[in-house]
Write a protein that binds this ligand. Sequence first.
Ligand code: 3HC
Length: 689
Amino acid sequence: MAALTIMVDYSVDSQVAILTLDNPPVNALSQGVRQGIKEGVEQALADDDVHSIVLYCKGRTFIAGADITEFSQAPKGPDFHAVLKTMEDASKPIVAAIHGTALGGGLETALCCHYRVAVADAKFGLPEVNLGLLPGAGGTQRLPRLVGAEKATEMVTSGNPISAIEALQAGLIDRIVQGSLLADAVAFAREAALSNELPRVRDRDDKLQTARENPDFFTQVRQSIARKTRGFLAPEYNIRCIEAAVNQPFDEGLKTEAKLFRELMAGPQAAAQQYFFFAERQAGKVPDIPKETPEIPIARVGVIGAGTMGGGIAMNMVNVGIPVTLVETSQEALDRGLNVVRKNYENTARKGRISDADVEHRCGLINGSLDLNDLADCDLIIEAVFENMAVKKEIFSTLDGLAKDGAILASNTSALDLNEIAAATQRPEWVIGLHFFSPANVMKLLEVVRGEKTSVTVIKTCMSLAKRIRKVAVLVGVCHGFVGNRILFQRQYQADKLAHEGATPQQVDKVLFDFGFPMGAFQMSDLAGLDIGWSKAKSTGATVKDRLCELGRFGQKSGAGFYDYDEKRTPAPTPVTVELFEEFAAKAGITRREIADEEILDRLLLPMINEGAKILQERIALRASDIDVVYVYGYGWPVYRGGPMHYANTIGLDQVVEKLRRYQAQTGEAFWEPSLLLLDLAEKGQGFS
Ligand code: 3HC
């Protein structure tokens, strides 16, 4: 075997040239890979003793795409298109041997081979849309020619990969191999060489016919994804490319694709989404945990509290086969909780996402109990009762007496002092915060809260468990509200102030919605329930929220809160809320005025950025990008704006400081004082990094 580059080897097995790529971890198309493929194909074409070529990858996967780290660097040859042209125009058949994931530029490479064979568990996709891009190396022109415009549109707009069996049925691959991938691919190449055919995907046209005959096809696609893709540029650009594949000759289509690719690549959304790709992966890395740190095997989990949170947490565990003991204080509450879990699964089964047998299996993995002693054999116990320090301390003190040695004791608190909770036990190093987001079975974020004494073994175990239950974990320190809620408090405070000063809740909410959040601050409060932390007996009616609760307006669940709701939970503005804000403003001597959307947006977002900076300064978050991960996955910050800290970088930190100072001067409030870190970075002309 001869090395063409450090990433590609060349060998010949009885007239079949084998190009072996080795660029761990995912065989991305880095410069050395591109060069190696081009040189390898050229060498094979020049070698009279070679009749065909196999492209094969070492390691865990076929090429998973372009090397995203190269996007921000000066281009280095050879150009990817030139590599693909060499392959597609080759006078000897090339066979792609695919395992793992053929994604993005990887699939585009395979599409320029004459044949594709794959193992049964291989996956195929064009996920560029998730990076704010479109497949820029012919993928949008070649894929529909193989699988039809319908399937191709679905793949490029969702970014979701398809299985080998689906790929075979759709015509994307030629064969699923059962034995050794390389040996079978070489055998396939021999057959191909005998056939004397060199099928090129670009020459196909038949599969485009159905879309040509359906003039409404693209309109229907746009309508069907409009809600999901609101605000994103890339899905629409991907559709335009498939339209070009259907309506333009191949080479014209390629030009359209290249033009739209360049536009996306130059825009802020692609930058934000690529930033976020790495931010998400970075979040899982904890610098002060040595590699050799052992992990505790988690074979059974206990959950205390069968309410919305507890039930959702239990579902996460049983979804991946971890049995759960779910404890409640009364049979009625336990039955209610178990019923909600069952109904959730039945709904999922109705949508065809799991089978009826799965429903039974998962429900069967939850063992309901009224006795905390039943948690004695659990490796991890998660307390998910309401936010009351005294109650939580009592529970932890009890757990200390009954949990087995080496069990992790976790609290799902969303704001309370974890160190105080840990101090209620004799084993604070085993105590950690696992802050799930509601609905816990749906939301991807998990804030892992590290107490003063939490051991690294416990942290490492919980970060791994998060992966196992398919969450994105972000490690945070102890402070009121941790990262997510602490920042949110600032936004809620301003939303409330704006409504006192003259903005309507729907104006505030619309500004946030237009920015890209799925809902605004008042709608979010209504969804969470206005009565959290409120009690009828103790209510003093001191805030608009209290007064709404006194009126029985607890939010969506009671059909009314800041908004009125119909049976479909659609919000409608109500004079009740506005009158209350007017009344409170009058009492406080606030002169109400019209407030421009721009001021509303500034006043909602700048305090979030400033609080994020304070959190970094206090080392509550490890990195700015961790805060962004919390916001995108926990609070619906639009990923195409990267998260609050990335967004601040795009505005420029000097601008952020200037605006904070302006509001400070206008209001005289210390609230607007920029954090020291923000001031420092702005002065140095730097961003959060
Ligand atoms: N470029 C550079 N680095 C990449 C990469 C890529 N395309 N894909 C993954 N990596 C890196 C990750 O950053 C991570 O690095 P780290 O260990 O230092 O954090 C490492 O590879 C492993 O990645 P994951 O942790 O994500 O590993 P998984 O096994 O969970 O997932 C994967 C593997 C499914 C391949 C996933 O990494 C993935 O989806 N990658 C991106 C695929 C993609 O978007 N391809 C299209 C790229 S754009 C393109 O091709 C443009 C073209 O059309 C011109």
